[in-house]
Structure formats: C-alpha cells, structure tokens
Design a protein around this ligand. Sequence first.
Ligand SMILES: Cc1cc2nc3c(=O)[nH]c(=O)nc-3n(C[C@H](O)[C@H](O)[C@H](O)COP(=O)(O)OP(=O)(O)OC[C@H]3O[C@@H](n4cnc5c(N)ncnc54)[C@H](O)[C@@H]3O)c2cc1C
Length: 269
Amino acid sequence: MNKRSPLQAYLTRVQDIIDLSPNLRRLVLHSPELTDYPHQYNGAHIKIFLAPDGQITPQLPQFSGHGFNWAEPDNKPIVRTYTIRNYDAQSCTVSIDFVKHGDTGPASSFAEHAQAGDILGISSPGGPNPMLKTASRYLFVGDITALPAIESLLADIAADASGDVVLLLPQAEDLPASLPLPEKMHLHTFFGDLSQIPAVVEHISSFAPLNDDDFAWVAGEAALVKPLRELLRTQWQLPPQRHYAVPYWRQGENEESYHEARHRFIDKG
Ligand SMILES: Cc1cc2nc3c(=O)[nH]c(=O)nc-3n(C[C@H](O)[C@H](O)[C@H](O)COP(=O)(O)OP(=O)(O)OC[C@H]3O[C@@H](n4cnc5c(N)ncnc54)[C@H](O)[C@@H]3O)c2cc1C
C-alpha cells in the first residue's frame, strides 16, 4: 500500500539522456522510490527542484496545504514546472522533455549539461485530473514547451477522436516523426519563433467555433495563450470548464518573476 501523502518530493538521478530533436532533450530520471510514484496520466505537471549553483543535491520541500515548507529556508532549490512525459513503474523512471533554450534558465541549463548520475528533485503530479474532458471535437494548441503534454494527451485520447492540433515549433525537425495523431484529427504546423504567433492565432480564428460539447487545450508562451483564451471565451463563448488555456512561460521573465502574473491570468477565471 502507498503510505505516502498525495504530495511528495523525490530525489532522482539522470539515467538516460535522449536528444529528441534540435531543441528538445529527454531526461530519464530514476529513483527506487518511484516504484510507488502516484502517477495517474502522462501530461500532468510536476515541480522540479534544482540544486543552487555550487551544490549537487537540492533540498526537498515538505508539502503543506499552502505550498512548500523548507527545513532550511535560506538554502532553497530553484523550482520550475515541467510535464511528465512518461512514467514507468517497472524501471522506476520518470521522463521529462526539456526545451533547450540556453544557459540563462537553470532548468534548461541543467538539461543541456546533464550527465548520467546528476541529481534532480521532482514532486508528485498536480494539475487538473483528468486534464481532458470527453468531447465531440478537440482543439490542441501549443508551442514546444507544450509538446510533451500534447503528445501525452494524444496518446491517451480515443482512437475516433476528431479535431485539430496546432503546433508552433522552432524548426521542422522538432516535429515528432511519430506524433500519435488519431485518424480524424488534423495537424497544422508553424515553424519559427514567437513572431509567428499572429499567424497562428489568425489561422485558428478561421476554424469553425467550438461549442459546449467540445474541448480546447492551449498552452505555451503567454502571447500565444492570451489571444486564444480571448477567442475561446469571448468570440466562441466556450465555458471555462470546456477549455484549458495556461501560459507555460513568458519571454523575458523567469519562472519566479512571472509566477504572480501567471496565476492572476489563470485565476481571472
Ligand atoms: C504546467 C507547465 C508545464 C510545463 N512543461 C514543460 C515541459 O514539459 N518542457 C519544457 O521545456 N517546459 C515546460 N514548461 C515551461 C517551463 O516551466 C518554462 O519554460 C521555464 O521558465 C523554464 O525554466 P528555466 O529555468 O529554463 O528558465 P527561466 O529561469 O524560467 O527563464 C530564464 C529566461 O529564459 C526564458 N525562457 C523560459 N522558457 C523558455 C523557452 N521555452 N524558450 C525560450 N526562452 C525561455 C525566460 O523568458 C527568461 O528570459 C511548463 C510550464 C508549465 C507552467
């Protein structure tokens, strides 16, 4: 029986490093403790805990009803949010796909320089469960940070699901060769940087509006999510329970500086 409380943190070690594409690197993380990891579905999000500069092992938090408690508040790790791409109970591993966007981000830097044996803390999963509602028609939109979640959700969706998947990826080579796309779902791809966002939004605006039986899932850079949430809510009149529209990052801000604004945006309801 799992004696752990629902929210827990684990120290893991990098077991495998897989370059999926020019901009995406998978780290397969192992710990014997992951045998009873409370995993429910791939695509859920987790916190990762990175050791501060000069340290090897990050401090792990205790969880309270209101967030983290730290035994050593002056020695907190760097905390970031990522997606469970895969959990394997037999091998006691969790896989995370990291966007390699350079050394300015501690998480990106960890992934770019990772070596087998490096230590990373991870939390148990959080977020809405299930993340997807059963729907007549689906719309998935995301940039490369949302690709791990979109791939995970598509892999679990009904084989006869229909709808559209719209991806904005840095390069054509970042598109997975084996995207698990159900037959009745259509893929729309845009390649390039954030300057492509207006074209993506315009393209989606030309789709037939979703209705209350449908479900939209949108994540990525804030400037992509904001106009699309507006489209879903104001123009298409889609009720909040029929869409997920969450900014995963904002250009020019790190996760700490964007934290409050991100939550205000999400909580706006
Ligand atoms: C629910 C959720 C799930 C997520 N899942 C994933 C995931 O599976 N894989 C993933 O790679 N990311 C994912 N993200 C996004 C990730 O948390 C952010 O990109 C985060 O800022 C990366 O941390 P960092 O330490 O690398 O950079 P930070 O220290 O946060 O930022 C440093 C600088 O880099 C910029 N920056 C941050 N992210 C990017 C980026 N992707 N491209 C270009 N510049 C960037 C910032 O604007 C800032 O200027 C997820 C976010 C959320 C909220």
